[in-house]
Design a protein around this ligand. Structure first.
Ligand code: NAP
Ligand code: 8YV
Length: 314
């Protein structure tokens, strides 16, 4: 294990395998040298230890990496593929939970729910009503990354009667929403961006100053994908200058460190990466992580390999 896992998953791993807890080792290089010829699987997740070529070099007997999370930007999956290793992730089991959170965060941002809550607690209601807020009514929503979670967000948004469009590298065959190959053009036509795109090089800071400017002064940005998808300094500047209206963020570029400039702004809603963080869904994710490893070491192949490391039954 490269980082701590919930007991629900860690206990199952310990029942079936000999588990080494790498993140607990004071001298990780020494721990890896000692484990060199024994480690055949890695259970990883979060940003604790990067799972990349250096780790693969250190563990020559490695066969499989089972990642806790559908996003695996913490794993160099392309390098794993080149070496014939398998990487698995936890798709689908968290889709509804994260989509629910995205809708909650969107509503919280538009209707300023945390700010309104603070207003009451601070006794300000006694002096007068909270100022009127902006509204979801008549908003046009552009989803960045219309994959499993993006589609679940769009499906929920249909019930709110808002216009929906999306941007990604390719048009999705199974939806009728308007597709924009250009993110800037979509930002010009909508007033709300909901990002559910993965991290990594291809999405690095694609929501940049130009996109934020195109979104305009009524613009709201919600991000439940990865923090690296947004140019954070550009977002902070747009919020400070009020060239966009507001933002609701569950993910940040350098978690768990959140820029003080963002925390200082009262017109943003900030969550500590809790999209999938319910007991139910984290257990489902933990189970899939464990089941991928069990299936692999039972000789049945991985259950949910990532695209960079496909697996075909021999
Ligand atoms: P998915 O089904 O693979 O969807 C990802 C979508 O992003 C696809 O529609 C893909 O479409 C699009 N995309 C990929 N690269 C892109 C690029 N360079 N530019 C624009 N769009 C791009 O994955 P998912 O299951 O929906 O999960 C999405 C992400 O959500 C994860 O990778 C993870 O980072 C994040 N997540 C966050 C939380 C949380 O707690 N906040 C929880 C779970 C997941 P194209 O291939 O057509 O571009
Ligand atoms: C997890 C996530 O919180 O699945 C993902 O991609 O971002 C979240 O569900 C995270 O992976 C746990 O480290």
């Amino acid at each position: 294990m490269t980082g701590p896992l919930m007991a629900y998953a860690a206990d199952q791993l310990k029942e079936r395998f000999t588990v080494h807890e790498l993140w607990k080792a004071e001298d990780k290089a020494a721990a890896l040298a000692e484990l060199k010829d024994r480690v055949r699987g890695v259970a990883g997740g979060g940003a604790h230890i990067k799972i990349d070529g250096a780790l693969f070099d250190a563990l020559p007997k490695l066969e499989v990496v089972s990642n806790f999370g559908v996003g695996y930007d913490n794993v160099d999956a392309a390098e794993a593929g080149r070496r014939g290793l398998i990487v698995t992730n936890t798709p689908d089991v968290l889709t509804d939970e994260v989509a629910d959170l995205a809708i909650g965060l969107l509503l919280a941002t538009v209707r300023q729910l945390p700010q309104v809550d603070r207003y009451l607690r601070e006794g300000k209601w006694l002096a007068g009503a909270y100022p009127l807020t902006t509204s979801l009514r008549k908003r046009k929503i552009g989803i960045v990354g219309l994959g499993r979670i993006g589609k679940a967000v769009a499906h929920r948004l249909e019930a709110f009667g808002v216009e929906i469009a999306y941007h990604g590298r390719s048009r999705q065959a199974d939806v009728a929403y308007r597709y924009y190959p250009s993110l800037v053009e979509m930002a010009q036509d909508v007033d709300t961006l909901v990002s559910v795109a993965p991290g990594g090089d291809s999405t690095y800071r694609i929501i940049n100053a130009e996109v934020l400017e195109a979104l305009g002064p009524n613009g709201i940005v919600v991000n439940v994908g990865r923090g690296t998808v947004i140019d954070e300094p550009a977002l902070i500047k747009a919020l400070q200058d009020k060239t966009i209206l507001s933002a609701g963020l569950d993910v940040f570029e350098d978690e768990p460190r959140v820029p003080a400039e963002l925390i200082a702004l009262d017109h943003v809603v900030l969550l500590p990466h809790v999209g999938s963080a319910s007991v139910h869904t984290r257990e489902q994710m933990g189970q899939l992580l464990v089941d991928n490893l069990k299936s692999w070491f039972d000789g049945k192949g991985p259950l949910t390999p990532v695209v960079e490391t496909p697996w075909k039954k021999a």
